[in-house]
Design a protein around this ligand. Sequence first.
Ligand SMILES: Nc1ncnc2c1ncn2[C@@H]1O[C@H](COP(=O)(O)OP(=O)(O)O)[C@@H](O)[C@H]1O
Ligand SMILES: [Mg+2]
Length: 223
Amino acid sequence: MSILTATNVEYTYRTRYQTVHALQGVTCSFQPGSAYAIVGRSGSGKTTLLSLLAGLDLPDSGEIAFENVPTTQLDRDKYRREHVSVVYQAFHLFPLLTALENVMYPMELTGARHKEAKEQARALLQQVELPLSVEKQFPKMMSGGEQQRVAIARALASNAKVLLADEPTGNLDSENSKNIIDILLRLAHDEGRCVILITHDNDIAAQADHILRLKDGQVIEST
Ligand SMILES: Nc1ncnc2c1ncn2[C@@H]1O[C@H](COP(=O)(O)OP(=O)(O)O)[C@@H](O)[C@H]1O
Ligand SMILES: [Mg+2]
């Protein structure tokens, strides 16, 4: 059964100067335990689709549904807190928090006890293969690859079933990219999460279980 679906989704940006039909009838579905690559040229609608899947915004028409419930009917704040996590190209870690504190943050936000949050955050940092020495470091002291691993560990802190990533390796060298992709694939295959990542890189896309190719706001290939 699909965990997340998009059905005939349309989304238009209207500014004072122009109207952009960013998504024009997008239909796709995503299963737990699989990794999906969303590919397509710049401007094809990838980030727009991801933000609708993340519940950051609603489609103009058509429907995004999580576990068969349309996002228009969901408590979207709860959805974003508990069921879906997003990882960005630019990491977006909290600069004044250490690696460990960054990962603890979402747990403390949802009322976890400090001690438990700390233990769980340590386990998550281990899961993304960060050495213990990184846990007390601030983001600016870490390499890009380390920062992205902390961002993934933080995304996992809520135990979300859906993990979305927008060009997660866009700022990384090829070795670090490979590590990050390996981690994301493992989260899908070993933990049954639904991993959806946007990438420009065809080699990365080829490692995913499925490819969704967008062009001018439409799905032109779906494997
Ligand atoms: N906030 C915005 N306001 C107006 N147009 C936008 C906005 N965000 C994206 N667009 C336009 O929507 C289209 C799809 O953008 P986007 O989803 O970011 O594509 P991608 O991630 O594939 O590069 C592009 O033409 C882009 O210029
Ligand atoms: Mg984009």
